[in-house]
Write a protein that binds this ligand. Structure first.
Ligand code: GRF
Length: 199
């Protein structure tokens, strides 16, 4: 039976779309069952609607993170999610949320971790002057951009790259990497994990 996939996204949603397409083409043995966004204006919400994936806006309160996390966790459980993919989700998830989905939350980051964690990873890479950067899919832990690495793709930095041109080339590779890493994780790690507790 296909894995039930929940996706959290805050913005454009291009990685969400690449995951939906990969699941629907059979590249990934998963079914995207819900998209949750903390941003009411996120393009990801519209892209989910257009593709027939149930979508929910859940407001995020900086001063009460548990409000978003409890609501999102309830929805993910209600939809029977086995795995959660963060796809441009711009919030940090706390241990309370992660405990509900142990080793079941993945993230994609636009650098070769552990280099250039946090925001604006592509600009950080240019600023440092590296000649190779890329993208990483990793398991989400409490520490930001630091969990076990599932897979990576390297991208060469060109002499004339700007943040925009480099980000574009990395994003193209993100769209290849996330489906591939997800399928690998489903085949190799998911069978050994304890099940998600019922709502
Ligand atoms: C991607 O670069 C991803 O690596 C980062 O945020 C961006 C999201 O892009 N975490 P999109 O919303 O998937 O188009």
């Amino acid at each position: 039976m296909d894995v039930r996939l929940g996706v959290l996204a805050s913005g454009r949603g291009s990685n969400f779309v690449s995951l939906v397409e990969a699941c629907r083409s059979g590249q990934v043995d998963a079914e995207p069952v819900i998209l949750i966004s903390d941003n009411a204006d996120a393009q990801a919400l519209r892209k989910a609607e257009q593709r027939g994936v149930p979508s929910h806006f859940v407001p995020y309160d900086e001063f009460d993170r548990s409000h978003f996390e409890d609501h999102a966790a309830s929805l993910l459980k209600e939809y029977g999610c086995d795995l959660v993919a963060l796809a441009g989700f711009m919030r940090v998830l706390t241990a309370d949320f992660l405990e509900d989905f142990p080793e079941r939350v993945l993230n994609i980051h636009p650098s070769l971790l552990p280099a250039f964690r946090g925001l604006n990873a592509q600009a950080q890479a240019l600023e440092y002057g590296v000649k190779v950067t890329g993208c990483t899919v990793h398991v989400v832990t409490e520490e930001v951009d630091a969990g076990p690495i599932v897979d990576q793709i390297a991208v060469r930095v060109h002499e004339d790259d700007t943040e925009k041109t480099l980000s574009k080339r990395i994003l193209e590779q993100e769209h290849r990497l996330y489906p591939r890493a997800l399928q690998h994780y489903i085949e190799t790690r998911l069978p050994d994990l304890t099940s998600v507790q019922a709502p």
